[in-house]
Design a binder for this molecule. Structure first.
Ligand SMILES: Cc1cc2nc3c(=O)[nH]c(=O)nc-3n(C[C@H](O)[C@H](O)[C@H](O)COP(=O)(O)OP(=O)(O)OC[C@H]3O[C@@H](n4cnc5c(N)ncnc54)[C@H](O)[C@@H]3O)c2cc1C
Length: 464
């Protein structure tokens, strides 16, 4: 659908003056056309794909975004928003105009139960600001250095098991569609656009502002870190903790599997008030870990600890410059144990790498309510998010090798009822997207025609 880029329109100062002339007013922000700015935005966290934008907009207002999008729609120039570029397969890369949303980073309001924030605000910024008022977003991803626009475009899946994903706690969105129109949408108003944009991979509009729910911040967090040499015991205790519903967060992880054996770790956290710490023996009753470590933390250090760890990886391993061809899959209850066991036991050191991780989250299906977040189609109460966070040399060869591996692992998961959480790296055709969205696909195709008739928005996933 995307009309071809008219590169002539996007070269040097001519383009700039044409844009200015057409807008009839100076931009509130700035449009960068110089080589070094364009190169700076040519890769994402994957580090194996490169696409150099023809221009980078640092918007100073929503009107800047509307006008650039209108201009690009007229000339068929692709546009993509960019938050903090943590996706790994070029989802936000574009050879047209890249909109650097970091310049739209105002927290407009924090009320008793909600916050109104620009899409370029990151979750760390919002969490700190909310915490100062005794509040917290209900669903915080493991790492908070992610923009609201970036996670709301995919899901924002936390280790917390009682909260759903970040997209589930959005009350209202402000969106610039592919025609440059500014629309406010919610469950009550323009619901079709709202549900398409949430976990919509940037295909139907650019999120400029979001109203998100907040709740009282927990005071304290008790941690139980459990180690299992045997994966069957690990799954048994994982399920026991899930179904008891006494804990607040849980995830499984594997440290460098293939290198140090396949020891599985289960981390369970219980949020509590200072006056009512959980009874460790009660939480751990009937579980059979080989080792148990109990920890205690305040809430803020707990939810920001991965940001601290990533900062250390940046310093020690130059982590930002490693290739990260990650794989993230939703798995149904019926096959999660079989699939994870198969994959973990066959991982080699190269599959994970120094600075890589393997993670398993679990969620109650009934709390994941947004239709564009595609989940396994069985009717089990729990669904699992399995992530293989590979790190390796930043080369096209390594990227290609891991893309082939990821496609193989995706196909196996698909055969077992799994779906993709597409923040990561799997080569997908349009037929794959149609399969991914199932009976929702015709509705999304129609909405794409309406909201982005020139097909300019976010070409990275190659969906339309
Ligand atoms: C260390 C680490 C830990 C992570 N942990 C989790 C986790 O626990 N749970 C989880 O769900 N995810 C996790 N992620 C993945 C993360 O949620 C996604 O990669 C998310 O998209 C990143 O946000 P970003 O600001 O970096 O987005 P970007 O990579 O900048 O953008 C992602 C996509 O969204 C589009 N986009 C960006 N902003 C907008 C906007 N305003 N409007 C429309 N489209 C937009 C871009 O064009 C691009 O296609 C993790 C990533 C890292 C690096």
């Amino acid at each position: 659908m995307c009309r071809c880029l008219r590169a002539r329109e996007l070269t040097g100062g001519d383009w700039m003056s044409d844009v200015m002339h057409r807008f009839g007013r100076p931009l509130d922000g700035e449009l960068l056309l110089d080589e070094s700015s364009r190169q700076e935005f040519s890769q994402d966290a994957g580090r194996y794909r490169t696409k150099v934008p023809r221009g980078v907009l640092r918007p100073g207002s929503v009107e800047d975004i509307q006008e650039i999008v209108r201009f690009c729609a007229q000339y068929g120039i692709p546009v993509a928003a960019r938050g903090l570029a943590n996706t790994t397969d070029g989802q936000g890369l574009v050879d047209g105009v890249l909109i650097d949303m970091r310049s739209m980073n105002t927290i407009h309001e924090i009320g008793e139960d909600r916050a109104v924030v620009d899409a370029g605000v990151d979750w760390l910024q919002l969490t700190n600001a909310a915490h100062a008022r005794g509040l917290a977003p209900p669903a915080l991803t493991g790492f908070l250095g992610l923009s609201l626009g970036g996670t709301l475009s995919f899901g924002g899946v936390p280790p917390a098991i009682q909260s759903g994903a970040q997209v589930d706690s959005v009350i209202e969105l402000e969106v610039v569609t592919g025609t440059g129109e500014l629309r406010r949408c919610s469950e009550q108003h323009d619901r079709e656009l709202f549900e398409a944009v949430l976990a919509g991979l940037g295909q139907y509009g650019i999120i400029t502002k979001a109203t998100v729910r907040l709740g009282p911040a927990p005071a304290k967090v008790r941690g139980h870190e459990l180690t299992y040499p045997d994966i069957t015991d690990f799954f048994k205790d994982f399920r026991t903790l899930l179904t008891r519903a006494e804990i607040s967060e849980i995830y499984g992880d594997w440290w460098r599997p293939g290198e140090h054996g396949e020891v599985q770790h289960l981390s369970a956290f219980t949020f509590h008030s200072a006056a009512t710490p959980p009874d460790d023996q009660h939480v751990l009753r009937g579980l059979t870990p080989a080792e148990t470590v109990v920890s205690q933390s305040d809430f803020l250090p707990h939810v920001t600890r991965i940001d601290v760890a990533v900062e250390q990886l940046r310093e020690v391993l130059d982590w930002d410059h490693l290739a990260k061809p990650w794989l993230t899959l939703w798995l149904p209850e019926a096959s999660v144990e079989q699939y994870v066991t198969e994959v973990v036991q066959n991982l080699t050191p190269r599959d994970v790498g120094n600075g890589g991780f393997v993670l398993l989250y679990a969620h109650r299906r009934s709390q994941l309510t947004r239709p564009s977040l595609r989940l396994p189609q069985d009717d089990s109460e729990w669904v699992y998010l399995f992530t293989l966070m590979t790190a390796g040399p930043a080369s096209t060869e390594f990227g290609d090798e891991m893309l082939a591996r990821n496609r193989r692992l995706y196909d196996r998961a698909r055969a077992l009822g799994g779906t993709r959480y597409p923040i990561e790296s799997v080569a997908f055709t349009q037929d794959d997207w149609a399969d991914h969205y199932g009976d929702r696909w015709p509705q999304l195709q129609a909405l794409k025609q309406e909201a982005d008739p020139a097909g300019i928005l976010t070409p990275g996933p190659k969906m339309f």
